[in-house]
Design a protein around this ligand. Structure first.
Ligand code: ATP
Length: 248
């Protein structure tokens, strides 16, 4: 049977400030249970694509002017970020954005704000997050602002998990982190994908690492998809090697 698609982005255009055309017709798809990488240099439009999907652009005076976004069978381009979270699609922003003055555990609890299934269920899911991220359990009572960058990234992903997502839009988890920590985080992403069935759209400048964990990838340049394919074929492609992997 054909693989089901959990997210389909069809030909979206994004304009900032009424004049700056930043996405020039981007289309992509994420299969249910997949990990798809969205690659490209700084400024290529990765973050804008994720924010367009989450509907977070309006606040930045950016608008989707064209195209459609289908998540889990429904058109969602006009849904609020909040409604999208309730449907099961949540974004983990670049730069982590934990509440520095709250403890790790309190941060995790904020992730459950859209849920109505009661404290016991939320408690159970918190234990699950701690099982995936033992470091967060150790640091549960520490103020997030005093934890390491890697722990804050884990906290941001853990908080997203507390909304019981079907899909996470993960924006540059590797940013500013040591390779070993990046690998630790990607291993957890792989685990969450395999064991919980969470689908991922992963925006990354770290092409090498992203292609190691993703099954499929899209490369954005200047607001357009210039190449896409299986992770392996991208990693073997001569242009990708030269321009994105630093091998030639
Ligand atoms: P990064 O690695 O910096 O996240 P990116 O590939 O995610 O890069 P975007 O952040 O999506 O790229 O930016 C794409 C383009 O849109 C850039 O040229 C950027 O300057 C521009 N841009 C981003 N946000 C805004 C905004 N709020 N207003 C105007 N232009 C913006």
């Amino acid at each position: 049977p054909a693989t089901e698609t959990i997210l389909a982005v069809n030909n979206i255009e994004v304009i900032y400030d009424h004049v700056i055309l930043v996405l020039k017709g981007v289309s992509l798809a994420v299969p249910k249970g997949g990990i798809v990488a969205l690659l490209g240099a700084n400024g290529a439009g990765k973050t804008t694509t994720l924010k367009a999907i989450s509907n977070l652009l309006h606040a930045e005076r950016g608008d989707v002017t064209k195209g459609s976004i289908i998540f889990d069978g429904a058109e969602v381009q006009d849904q609020s970020p909040n409604d999208l979270v309730k449907r099961g699609c949540i974004q983990v922003m670049e730069g982590r954005h934990c509440f520095g003055h709250l403890s790790i555990e309190e941060n995790l609890l904020t992730g459950a704000f859209t849920r109505r299934d009661g404290k016991a269920a939320i408690r159970r899911d918190m234990e699950k997050v701690y099982a995936y991220f033992p470091r967060l359990r150790e640091r549960r009572n520490s103020l997030a602002g005093y934890t390491s960058g890697g722990e804050q990234q884990m906290c941001a992903v853990g908080r997203a998990l507390m909304s019981k997502p079907k899909m996470i839009l993960l924006d540059e988890p590797s940013m500013g982190l040591a390779p070993q920590i990046v690998e630790e985080i990607f291993e957890i992403v792989k685990d969450l994908n395999a064991k919980e069935g969470v689908s991922f759209l992963l925006a990354e400048q770290n092409t090498n690492m992203a292609l190691k964990y993703a099954t499929y990838g899209y490369i954005l340049e200047n607001g357009r998809v210039v190449m896409d394919g299986d992770a392996k074929s991208l990693a073997d492609n001569a242009d990708v090697k030269e321009f994105y992997l630093g091998i030639s």
